[in-house]
Design a protein around this ligand. Sequence first.
Ligand code: HEM
Length: 449
Amino acid sequence: MTESGPAGAGRLPTTPRFHRVRQAGRNPHTVMHEVLQEYGDVVRWRGLFDMCIVNHPDLIRPVLTQDYRHFSKNTTHYRMLRQVMGNGLVTNDGPDWVRQRRLIQPAFASRRLARFDQTINALTSSLLARWERQDPAEAVWIDREMSALTFDIVGETLFGRDIKEHAREMAEILEVVNLSSNDLRSFLTLYPWIPTAYNRKWKRAMKRLDGIVYGLMEGRGADGNGGGDLLGRLFAARDEETGEGMHDRQIRDEVVTLILAGHETSAMALSWTLYLLATHPEIEARLVEHLEASLHGAPAGAEDLPRLTYLKQVVQEAMRIYPPVWGYVRRAEAETELGDYVLPARTWVGVVTWALHRRPDFWPDPERFDPDRFAPERAEERDFFAYLPFAAGPRTCIGAGMAMLEIQLILAQLVPQFRMRVVPGHPIETEAVVTLKPRHGIPVTLSRR
Ligand code: HEM
């Protein structure tokens, strides 16, 4: 049942067959990829939500950059996230977002982030010390270990303290929150008065989340503790024009946003990178050699990262194959021309990085793990908008620098010390919820190098 026809000015793009969209409930990213391969750079997607997916750098560029003001985050996906993150940076929009971004941006300046390198290295060292004592025959779930580590890092960098006591509770809350937007249960959270079992669970999770976050904020406040941690910087931030700071509810929303946006994403980037290294011993060996030659067994500091070029290439390539945020959506607020099409106002426009990163014209042999694609001397060949793990333009990820710092520092310490091998026979499958997770986890055995 293919509706609407060939490409052409003023027409809506092709609609794929409905049954395919239904299959997408479980694997939206792979089905969207297949549909794009079949129908072209723009497809109309009619699932639980109706949207246009765009999959060419030239079409994505205006959405994220020059025309970004015409594309809002007024979609059901963000309304669902707003239930948790409130008016934090990810879900905020319009002038309010502009003001908040301006206030928060300085806290993420690279020279200020660089100071976190010792914290990140210390937390990584404790994890590796625990692994030393591990029975080598026993499998370690690398995705869970990386989530716990990045959560500890969020605790120390955001709150300047150990928040391990909340780790288990936060993991449970995150499980409730991190549902696919194709999952009807998450959709129903928009109607919290509907007494479903899931809505009750959701409300309890939100109450617990507020309890933790307000608890951590208590006693901080306007004492000007703007020095070390990110929370202090949020409390100290003042609008240049009005001199105003943020009220408690706004800080709560920004804090929850930073915890959620900054922890699982980095954990997934690390888990998939380690998985790819474990399954590509020749690339793993080259990375170990590179790190040993540059660092001679010491942990890296922030100042070492610019010369660890191959390490960065490995991380970039892993995020090409497994983008931790597999897609994002905007709403065209007015009728918009996009390539050959005219999209009516209120059309949702989706970018599916999973599919974009697999375009064979930009990424030949796309399934192959080949960090040399990101070699500095090949940078000119790349189209910036064919690789968007952190999105781009004004709404690009504010934490990209922080994420790259922690991912690279962790790998620089971990990879030369431990060899990992995936437990044979264990199924490795992707699951596209808000982040791209390993559906059945990644169990590995560890051996000391
Ligand atoms: C590998 C790790 C990460 C990836 C792949 C990632 C990816 C992204 C992407 C794709 C967006 C745009 C989302 C959209 O348009 O809806 C985004 C936004 C955002 N990210 Fe990240 N992120 C990562 C780590 C972090 C970290 C460590 C933090 C904070 C500590 C963070 C905080 C944010 C915030 C606050 C936004 C909203 C920015 C705005 O709209 O002004 N992210 N991220």
